[in-house]
Ligand binder design. Structure first.
Ligand code: ATP
Length: 265
């Protein structure tokens, strides 16, 4: 289990986290949803141990933690296969086995054999992000920390990668803490959604979700997002209009206000 207890963080005089309590249990996909700049990346860096704890406690009892960033951070001189295999050398795996392991995961994530030998500059943004996800899952992590890994991608591609990511997390039996400011992404992925307030961040809601089938109609995603926004504390944290009691119209303008495309009629 990952347990964050009473985390406080400030950068100089700027308070960023104001007492965060959060747990991630084995096998659970927790989405951390909050407005831009509220401190989500900082929280993830504390959980990963790359930011020093100032106040509170981080206890990570998972055996192996991997991280995926918004920017794929691939080695520009290495091909897709060597990038995906990057962490395996440190585990003492021989080169042939590293490459074979990377190929299996790259294939699962939608790369073809013709792509394995390409360097990042020869791959699209979406393919680069697939390689970054492969690099993380090649380690066979039991916890994956993800910082808005799809936010630079266009909407259609994001849907594909969300589906692949969920399959990968479930296939590995891993737990995941996934940061986003996109409510539709949150409802598509989460077993649990933890909502943060604007900076300094506090947890305003911690809500179990009925996971939506990844191939569900856009209307189902809309309904789940709307249900979340009917909670005043969530709407306030995300600076969305409070929708309590008000009928949500199933029209393109309503979808647009939620940052998602309207479903095809
Ligand atoms: N190393 C740093 N030094 C000083 N200020 C920082 C540092 N890192 C982050 N900040 C500030 O802390 C606040 C929270 O940043 P953080 O990146 O954690 O937010 P976020 O919720 O991930 O934002 P976004 O959704 O835009 O990615 C921001 O105001 C940011 O400018």
């Amino acid at each position: 289990m990952l347990a964050l207890e009473g985390l406080h963080l400030a950068f100089g005089s700027l308070p960023v986290l104001a007492g965060i309590d959060l747990t991630v249990k084995p096998g659970e996909l927790v989405v951390l949803l909050g407005p831009s700049g509220c401190g989500k990346t900082s929280l993830l860096c504390l959980a990963a141990g790359v930011e020093a704890v100032q106040g509170g406690r981080v206890a990570n009892r998972f055996a192996r933690t991997a991280m995926v960033f918004q920017d794929p951070r691939l080695m520009p001189w290495a091909d897709a296969r060597d990038n995906a295999a990057f962490g395996l050398k440190a585990l003492g795996m021989a080169r042939a086995e590293r490459r074979a392991t990377a190929e299996v995961i790259l294939r699962r994530l939608g790369l073809s054999i013709a792509d394995f030998g390409k360097r990042p500059a020869q791959l699209s943004g979406g393919m680069q992000q697939r390689v970054a996800i492969a690099r993380a899952f090649a380690l066979r992590p039991d916890l994956v920390l993800m910082d808005e890994p799809f936010s630079a991608l266009d909407v259609g591609l994001r849907g594909d990668l969300q589906a692949l990511l969920r399959a990968e997390v479930e296939g590995a039996g891993a737990a995941a803490l996934f940061v986003t400011h996109d409510i539709t992404e949150a409802v598509r992925l989460a077993d649990r959604i933890v909502v943060l307030s604007p900076r300094p961040a506090r947890v305003v809601a911690d809500l179990p979700q009925q996971p939506i089938r990844i191939d569900a109609a856009p209307g189902a995603v809309f309904e789940a997002a709307a249900a979340l926004l009917r909670r005043p504390e969530v709407a306030a944290a995300l600076a969305a209009p409070v929708t309590t009691g008000a009928p949500l119209r199933n029209d393109p303008a309503t979808f647009q206000s939620l940052g998602m495309p309207a479903p095809a009629r």
